[in-house]
Design a protein around this ligand. Structure first.
Ligand code: SAH
Length: 458
């Protein structure tokens, strides 16, 4: 139902009222039902808007004056917030952020899922919604003859130097500063993206939440990293908890951060972290949740919804390095995990071994192919867990679930819109969504995770 624009570029709207927040943090105001997206405007606020762009269905505006503030408005604590774009809602108090996320989840459940009497709980947030990220990756470059490392300026490829990011662990900030200093001192050439010249492209660091172990990864364009011994010596001296220094080579012209060649320069190939009682080995290339404190909250909720008594067969679809699978295996008879990235499955198998868990089996492949095959072989889950990427579950997988009829489905989602769409399909096929629990894994951003408990209607 797209509408022709009732306003033109450069028009002013004098008494705009903001009702909603989009998934990228823009305020929404409507002119005769036509939505205009306006940066830095919060629900409940009012002001004067200049129209900057219109297209069929929606347009964009700029706030030229704000006449009424939201009670949730605050001064963004980060000095580089506006330039960076990594966070979208620092201009809102944390209380306001949680409320907005709850409202968004409820709205899509109704609008997309047509789930009108569904119980959506208030978002489980963090006590301290700062300094929560365990992993930093910063691009390196040169600006006005100076070595810079920080972030790409919003909508550009210009690198802005940064000395701290307040959603990162302080340790990560400290590590990045040490690496920068030593590489600058030893005159390691920063990468020049335009001409595809220079050496150091990215600095990545990951600090394990429970053990404090630190990994540093230096990504270069060139096969060799000059002065590597001196770099490693300086890092050992300066970084407490350092366990691993890794060199990765990425010689391609690409936005992808890491290349195919990875070698350990010093220490171990992995660092270790725990989620609850389960131990994980994390290598430079492994996918690992970036907010481990909230990951525990999310997985505890998934485990609660799975309601395992010890005799169940469980399938964990989209299992990554097996984090949820191993968490569930503590309480289940048998867990089968499936994931499309073969390296992640190798990690999952090693993690099962590390924890001495013999009741898990992993297979690499698309969930929508592997699970139907398992079903044909006679493997039937009592409980099925899915944790798909943003686009949600493949329809073939949902159809297999409807045929297999597990007693319960636990759906872990990073995108409430596709969650709502898939819940509708499951409900139409004989399931009922009992409840949805949103969990805030990414404070200061608009992202919101949610877990749903879905039961087979007998
Ligand atoms: N459950 C894991 C990972 C979730 S992220 C954790 O909590 O850490 C989603 C995962 O789905 C990614 O690892 C991605 O590689 C995988 N994936 C994407 N498409 C897939 C498909 N069609 N079949 C199986 N896995 C897929």
């Amino acid at each position: 139902m797209s509408k022709k624009a009732p306003v033109q570029k450069n028009d002013y709207i004098d008494e705009a009222v903001f009702e909603d927040l989009t998934h990228d943090g823009n305020g929404v105001t409507k002119v005769d039902g036509y939505p205009l997206f306006v940066p830095n405007a919060l629900p409940g606020e009012e002001g004067r808007v200049k129209v900057v762009k219109t297209s069929k269905g929606y347009g964009f505006g700029r706030l030229s004056e704000r006449t009424k503030d939201s009670p949730f408005r605050q001064e963004p604590p980060c000095p580089i917030y506006r330039e960076c774009g990594g966070c979208q809602i620092q201009h809102m108090t944390y209380e306001g952020q949680l409320e907005a996320k709850e409202k968004n989840v409820k709205a899509v459940m109704q609008r997309i899922g047509k789930l009108h009497d569904l119980h959506v709980h208030p978002v489980l947030g963090m006590e301290e919604p700062w300094r929560y990220r365990n992993k930093a990756q910063v691009p390196v470059g040169e600006k006005d003859g100076r070595f810079v490392a920080g972030f790409y300026q919003k909508r550009s490829h210009e690198i802005i130097d940064m000395d701290k990011c307040i959603i990162q662990y302080e340790k990560n900030d400290e590590v990045i500063q040490h690496v920068k200093e030593v590489c600058e001192k030893l005159e390691v050439r920063p990468y020049d993206e335009k001409n595809h010249k220079g050496t150091l492209r990215h600095i990545m660091t990951r600090t394990a939440y429970t053990t404090g172990e630190v990994m540093v990864v230096l990504v270069t364009r060139t096969p060799e990293l000059p002065h590597k011994k001196a770099i490693v010596d300086a890092l050992i001296e300066n970084i407490e908890g350092l366990k691993s220094v890794v060199h990765n080579v990425n010689s391609k012209r690409t936005n992808v951060i890491m290349g195919d060649t990875t070698r350990v320069l010093w220490g171990e190939e992995v660092i270790h972290d725990y989620i609850g009682d389960v131990k994980f080995a994390i290598s430079a290339r492994s996918f690992y949740q970036v907010n481990p404190e909230q990951t525990k909250v999310l997985y505890d909720k998934a485990l609660e919804y799975a309601d395992l008594q010890g005799e169940e067969t469980v399938i964990d679809a989209y299992c990554g390095i097996g984090t949820i699978s191993l968490f569930l295996a503590q309480k289940a008879k048998k867990v089968y995990g499936v994931e499309i990235v073969p390296q992640a499955i190798e990690d999952a198998k090693q993690n099962a071994e590390l924890n001495g868990m013999a009741n898990v089996e992993f297979k690499a492949g698309p969930a929508e192919v592997v699970i139907p095959d398992w079903y044909k072989e006679g493997i039937k889950a009592d409980v099925l867990v899915v944790d798909p990427p943003r686009k949600g579950c493949d329809e073939a997988l949902l159809n297999t679930i409807l045929a297999m009829k597990p007693k319960r489905v636990v759906y872990v989602s990073c995108n409430p819109a596709t969650l709502a769409r898939d819940l509708r399909i499951l409900e139409d096929g004989g399931y009922k969504t009992a409840e949805v629990q949103p969990v805030d894994m990414f404070p200061q951003t608009m992202h919101c995770e949610a877990v749903a408990k879905i039961e087979l209607v007998e």
